[in-house]
Ligand binder design. Structure first.
Ligand code: CTP
Length: 415
């Protein structure tokens, strides 16, 4: 869906980083899609892009000097905060992130951030080691807890010559994220305040996603068609609602827009089981959207299996059931959601799964419904819950289904 930035007033904040050149295209794209853009930058950002470029693309004077007589008013930072609907900080350097997290207001951008009480989208861009440094990570955690939407940096070649996580996503991707935020956030969702309206704010939610991959030998594996899209939509929706997302994912084709609170990549059902079981005691809820292999090779061959015989038998062993184990260890106050993909006797199977595995909600999708299931962007689901309710939803996008699941779940919380 396009056009969600149409008519929105966006402050684009730039800090010092080579990725600032990409922000010029982002500004162009925002304006082209109907947003009104004003730019604010740190002194270091101007080492990478010129005021003329920013002013020409946005059509507004640049705000970069707190004390300049060129500013529209003496309190431009407050004026910008009043004017804007949201702020996009791209690139966000380690230094600016640290200042944001600690309330330091020593330049136009950091001062504006302090005066800003609406939605902020932040795109970190830096060297991998700087990004992974505990100082940067704990600063980002703090910002996330306040409601700042932190965009996951991309991996690839960095300006310093290294490879790794820390690249600013491409302008088209940042535009898509900004549109996504505009579509999903209600008008009044100020920074630090979504907590009031959301059941999820500050809650720890374990989310499993994607397929698992079970090695047969060093070359081959068993897996399934799961794209991981349902899990991504849930992760993003949870992040937007203020949850701390513990995202345990198999090798999925897609990634969430917003960096989950913790990203735990796994390959096999066994690894997913270990990760989920160790996190569970500390969680408020778990949503198990992963398509976990039910069986894995009993023995993994150390060498590539040769095609010596006409018939090859693979012995498979049942994997451990994550949903059943979490259900078994569920304590009062925890909510547990499982998915069920059925091809026959859908409702009976889902009801039995709910009871056997001590879940609170089963999200049932039948492969018989067109538009539902794997590798498609839509899903048609039925909620089967602990209280005996059965609710069938219309065919919707996976984004919408994620939102419906999260709207529904608090009704199962014990009051
Ligand atoms: N699941 C799990 N651990 C496994 C297999 C599946 O936690 N080893 C979870 C999935 O993430 C999903 C739910 O169980 O939330 C249902 O998966 P599905 O494959 O439909 O059901 P099964 O567990 O195979 O059902 P059954 O026990 O009836 O065969």
């Amino acid at each position: 869906m396009n056009g969600s930035v149409q008519g929105k007033k966006v402050v684009v904040g730039l800090s010092g980083g080579i990725a600032a050149y990409k922000t010029l295209t982002l500004i162009r794209l925002l304006v082209k899609n109907g947003a009104e853009v004003k730019c604010v930058c740190t002194p270091s950002a101007l080492e990478f892009v010129t005021p003329l470029a920013l002013e020409t693309l946005s059509g507004y004077p640049l705000y970069s000097d707190l004390f300049s007589s060129r500013n529209e008013s003496k309190t431009a930072h407050v004026g910008y905060a009043d004017w804007a609907d949201l702020m996009v900080v791209a690139p966000a350097s380690a230094n600016t992130i640290a200042k944001f997290a600690h309330g330091i207001a020593d330049n136009a951008l950091t001062t504006l951030f302090n005066a800003f009480d609406k939605t902020v989208v932040l795109a970190p861009a830096m060297n991998t080691r700087m990004y992974k440094h505990p100082a940067t990570q704990s600063n980002l955690d703090m910002l996330r807890q306040w409601g700042v939407k932190v965009v996951a940096p991309a991996s690839g070649a960095l300006a310093c010559g290294a490879q790794g996580e820390g690249r600013m996503p491409e302008p088209e991707t940042l535009l898509a994220y900004t549109e996504w935020v505009c579509r999903h956030l209600p008008e009044s969702s100020p920074l630090g305040k979504p907590q009031e309206s959301s059941y999820y704010t500050g809650r720890k939610v374990l989310l499993t996603a994607g397929p698992t991959v079970e090695p047969i030998d060093p070359v081959r594996y068993l897996s399934n068609h799961s794209s991981g899209l349902m899990g991504c939509c849930l992760a993003d929706e949870l992040s937007l609602r203020g949850a701390e997302v513990y995202y345990v994912t198999g090798p999925a084709r897609v990634r969430p827009h917003f960096a989950p609170y913790r990203l735990i990549p796994v390959q096999t059902a066994g690894e997913m089981y270990e990760a989920a079981v160790s996190l569970w005691p500390d969680m408020d809820a778990a949503i198990l959207s992963a398509a976990v292999a039910d069986y894995a090779p009993a023995v993994v061959s150390g060498q590539k299996i040769k095609k010596d015989s006409d018939l090859l038998c693979l012995e498979l062993k049942k994997t451990q059931d994550i949903l059943a184990r979490l259900g078994n260890e569920k304590r009062k106050g925890q909510l547990l959601v499982g998915f069920a993909l059925e091809t026959e006797n859908e409702l009976e199977n889902a009801e039995s799964k709910l009871k056997r595995k001590n879940a609170d909600l089963i999200v049932l999708n039948s492969l018989r419904n067109p538009g539902a299931g794997f590798a498609v962007a839509t899903n048609q689901v039925t909620f089967v819950d602990r209280k005996g309710r059965v609710e069938s939803l219309a065919l919707k996008t996976k984004e919408e289904v994620a939102s419906d699941i999260l709207d529904y779940l608090p009704s199962l919380a014990e009051s």
